[in-house]
Design a protein around this ligand. Sequence first.
Ligand code: ZN
Ligand code: ZN
Length: 356
Amino acid sequence: MDYMGRIKRLQEGLEVDALYVSNLPNVRYLCGFTGSNGALLVGPHAAWFLTDGRYRTQAAGEVVGAEVEVYGLPDQLGAALRRIAAELGVARVGFEADHVAVAAAERLKEHFPGAELVPTSGLVEALRRVKEPEELDKIRAAAQLADEGLAYILGQLRPGITERELAILLESHMRVEGAEAVSFPAIVAAAERSALPHAHPSDRIIEHGRFLLFDLGCIVDGYCSDLTRTVVLGHADDRHREIYELVALAQQAGLDALRAGRTGAEVDKASRDVIAGAGYGEAFGHSLGHGVGIEIHEAPTLRSTSTDVLEAGNVVTVEPGIYLPGWGGARIEDLTVVTESGQETLSRSPKELIVL
Ligand code: ZN
Ligand code: ZN
């Protein structure tokens, strides 16, 4: 990974004397640190990584492109920051306003005495949008494990099994096959519960003649995947087929609309229009998709209000759904890479209606 290049790109756009980066996914992106406590102070020509003594060995092994400063506990972070800030002679220090609580912002004032604290938003996130080839390889591997997880779990369906049991089997399968973690708790939603876009697996037993929805993903080398498929158990009636086909058409319309230069809102509309045109607009109550990378939800977003302009190398989901309370719902979600002329779909799971 080109950590030095990332820090350099951040420095090039810096409108403050130093930027204090405390959001852990951003810290990881910039210098490679994977622990749970660490921050970066990025100056115009150098960067410092600060962590506590528990991470001395890990930081020495992981951190690239920044000088490692290990401080003592309890909170000697302030002393370390004051020393570096004095060395640098900073007058304006940026901090990540989206990720710093009010109390932590107050403490920052003490850590940078005399300096003006400048709220910033999305500086590192903007860099993270366009994935490097190595990042794409990791996302591809995570997408493949999700596909394999889905194929595995569809082979585990049997009468009497619950959503919760399926979720556990699915998650452990991905872990055994090489995922370092799940990217979010798997959603397994049976029958009428498939109408809940964010259902938590319950003791509901899967049921013949009803939808069964799986939304799953895992993490490989720090990068996430995300996949949704909806199947029908035993027998699909006309309504299942109508709803499923409509979602599949809308999903394809979303994929077809993807390309560099389009806005998130344009892509959302292309897919949403298909569902709304068939009279189900009210039944599709969430955004079309989201960026995926170190985090399961990151920039850019595909939603009706999104002004994000897509660039080649963005990784996004396309995941329309139709949800009919009390009856059930269907969603189809693929992970894709935006290209200059369109997109490359990373998810490989079949999309025709599967009746099991
Ligand atoms: Zn998902
Ligand atoms: Zn998603």
